[in-house]
Design a protein around this ligand. Structure first.
Ligand SMILES: [Zn+2]
Length: 126
């Protein structure tokens, strides 16, 4: 089990209240965040599996606050599975901004992404 500082992303073998690297009060930092805010932060986690899970959970939360962060993650990530999970989440949040982004993603070079974009867009139309 590794612990991470949510600001500098240094990892530790034990759970610290205060980050020994950047001095952030980690305990306090998380206490002030709601579930969606925590998941948004986890989109920047150094472990891909955690980012993937955060994207999936944000799709279930359907909270519009997550939308710009999911879009940013799509633009930044190289991992197609992660991009696909973000696309799904963006589709389930929906709205004009989501639709605009999904239309742009229609030309993505990977068919795995293009297929998911088409599914997301057809769900938006329902
Ligand atoms: Zn830190």
């Amino acid at each position: 089990m590794r612990y991470y500082c949510p600001r500098c992303w240094k990892d530790f073998s034990k759970d610290h209240d205060i980050c020994p690297h950047c001095g952030l009060n980690i305990k306090d930092f998380w206490a002030k965040k709601d579930r969606v805010e925590k998941l948004i932060i986890a989109l920047n986690h150094p472990e891909g599996s955690t980012r993937l899970r955060a994207a999936w959970l944000l799709g279930k939360e359907k909270d519009k606050r997550a939308l710009p962060y999911l879009i940013e993650a799509c633009n930044r990530e190289d991992d197609l599975y992660l991009i696909r999970e973000c696309i799904k989440a963006i589709g389930s949040i929906g709205g004009d901004e989501a639709k605009k982004f999904l239309l742009k993603m229609r030309d993505h070079p990977a068919s795995m992404i293009k297929d998911e974009v088409e599914i997301a867009l057809s769900n938006l139309r329902d």
